[in-house]
Write a protein that binds this ligand. Structure first.
Ligand code: URP
Ligand code: ZN
Ligand code: ZN
Length: 466
């Protein structure tokens, strides 16, 4: 008994074509015109709709803590499903005194297994670069964790990493095909500017952007690229936001260096001016790097279209506005006390369809490459992000005629606000399958808690392909 999706337009990273898709068990069994129906099959007519691979969101925070404030976790992963994302990759900060794999396995057992509603993988975040921890990096690849991030930003926080740790991680990672990722912002520059702004009484959320202008990101991006050159290892830059950082990446390409990178949906559609909203509302938009101006958004749209950037993630961070973002409000408080990060898991693909595809900035194929295929390849998820026989039956039937408005009222992220409140929405994932099981119907989640499975990644992901 399988599922036969008929008459849709299949979109892959390379092309679009009219086809049926047949799923049997957990996998895609056939793709072609006029596929035969077998007894007991469910048949879905997808005429007028697109058939996309399930999205892969490789930048999600379900365990991030900032100044003691913790985000929502995997119990809200149905938000990914209704947004057309069937695999997500969560950043897990190494616990002090514990190993990388030990931390990942503890977190997986306590916070993901039996809870997740879509499939999942993990990136390790190295916070404690002792010699024995560096030596553990190659073992991560064998255990199904072939990626690791280091935070160049966030001076004074336990997860900040210096150049010493990044260089050693790059050198050790390449022995076993572990892809090293960095959050590229110069922590000292931010620290100096933050202290100066606060001393001048400039404490409102808007000054978050003033404390970390584009040069802060460009400097760290350049430094990370040179560290990777020295180690002769590939590098992946998470959440690239500005023209200057893009220039560093483009120059590295022209030197022949393997530099991969992503941006995130909010950097393409939100603005520094959002941080200036009155009555502390700007706090909703405090994320790092900071939101940028129109000039940078234009550069980012061009970069994702022209493959200078390889993926678009959500950097989802589910902090509430009322009781968490408000930690930066009141006497003696400032933008530096506001937890960094914004929710966005549910609307990543909707934003890119409405403001990318519908505005002629991205083709549907480019969207699929950025949101599904490349994130899977970068992370060594070999059966995800593609519509091909033998791949997992992760399928989104996307209705381009749907019209709606994005709002926290119809959002499953479990957070009390959405940074995309009131945004017009064109199109939506109508029906979503996770490994052949229907988990979304008419835009509503119908799956079950714990239905998601851990997907081990393979080492030597796309960044190693040069
Ligand atoms: O502001 C952000 N992006 N918060 C999440 C942690 C990070 O820096 O990625
Ligand atoms: Zn970051
Ligand atoms: Zn992040």
């Amino acid at each position: 008994m399988g599922v036969l999706i008929k008459n849709g337009t299949v979109v892959t990273a390379e092309s679009e074509f009219q086809s049926d898709v047949y799923m049997e068990g957990e996998t895609i069994a056939a793709i072609g015109k006029n596929l035969p129906q077998k007894d007991g099959d469910e048949v879905i007519d997808a005429a007028g709709k697109y058939i996309l691979p399930g999205g892969v969101d490789q930048h999600v925070h379900f365990s991030f803590t900032y100044n003691g404030s913790k985000v929502r976790g995997f119990e809200t992963s149905d938000a990914a499903a209704v947004g057309g994302t069937t695999t997500l990759i969560e950043f897990v900060n190494q616990e002090k005194g514990k190993g990388l794999i030990e931390t990942l396995e503890n977190y997986k057992a306590s916070d993901a297994d039996g809870i997740a509603m879509v499939d999942y993988a993990f990136h390790s975040v190295m916070t404690d670069p002792r010699e024995e921890v560096i030596e553990e990096i190659p073992k991560m690849a064998e255990a199904g964790y072939p990626t690791m991030k280091l935070f160049m930003a966030y001076k004074g926080m336990f997860f900040h990493a210096d150049d010493d740790a990044i260089l050693k991680a790059l050198q050790k990672g390449k022995e076993a095909g572990v892809t090293i990722m960095v959050h590229a912002e110069n922590a000292d520059m931010i620290d100096v500017l933050t202290k100066q702004l606060i001393a001048e009484g400039k404490t409102a959320p808007y000054y978050h952007a003033v404390s970390r202008p584009p040069v802060v990101e460009a400097e760290a991006t350049r430094r990370a690229i040179y560290l990777a050159e020295l180690a002769d290892a590939p590098i992946y830059i998470v959440h690239v936001t500005c023209r200057e950082a893009l220039e560093e990446i483009k120059q590295a390409y022209s030197r022949g260096q393997a530099v991969y990178g992503e941006t995130c949906a909010h950097y393409l559609v939100l603005d520094t001016e959002d941080l200036a909203k009155p009555d502390f509302e700007g706090a909703k938009y405090v994320c790092s790097p900071a939101l940028r101006t129109e000039e940078h958004r234009k550069a980012l749209w061009e970069a994702v279209d022209r493959k200078w950037l390889n993926a678009i993630s959500s950097d989802h961070c589910g902090f509430d506005y009322e009781n968490q973002k408000h930690m930066g409000f009141g006497e003696g408080k400032s933008f530096a006390d506001i937890p960094n990060g914004a929710p966005g898991l549910q609307n990543r693909i909707n934003i890119l369809w409405t403001y990318g595809v519908c505005q002629g900035k991205l083709s549907p194929s480019r969207l699929v490459d950025l949101c599904c295929t490349m994130p899977a390849k970068i992370n060594g998820l070999q059966t995800k992000g593609r519509i091909e026989t033998g791949c997992d039956g992760d399928i989104v039937i996307f209705d381009p005629d749907y019209r709606g408005t994005m709002s926290v009222k119809n959002n499953l992220e479990g957070v009390d606000y959405s940074p995309f409140e009131g945004f017009e929405q064109k199109g939506r994932p109508d029906t979503v399958f996770l490994r052949g099981q229907k988990i979304v119907e008419s835009g509503k989640y119908i799956g079950q808690k714990g239905q998601g499975k851990f997907v081990p990644g393979k080492p030597f992901g796309a960044a190693y392909k040069g």
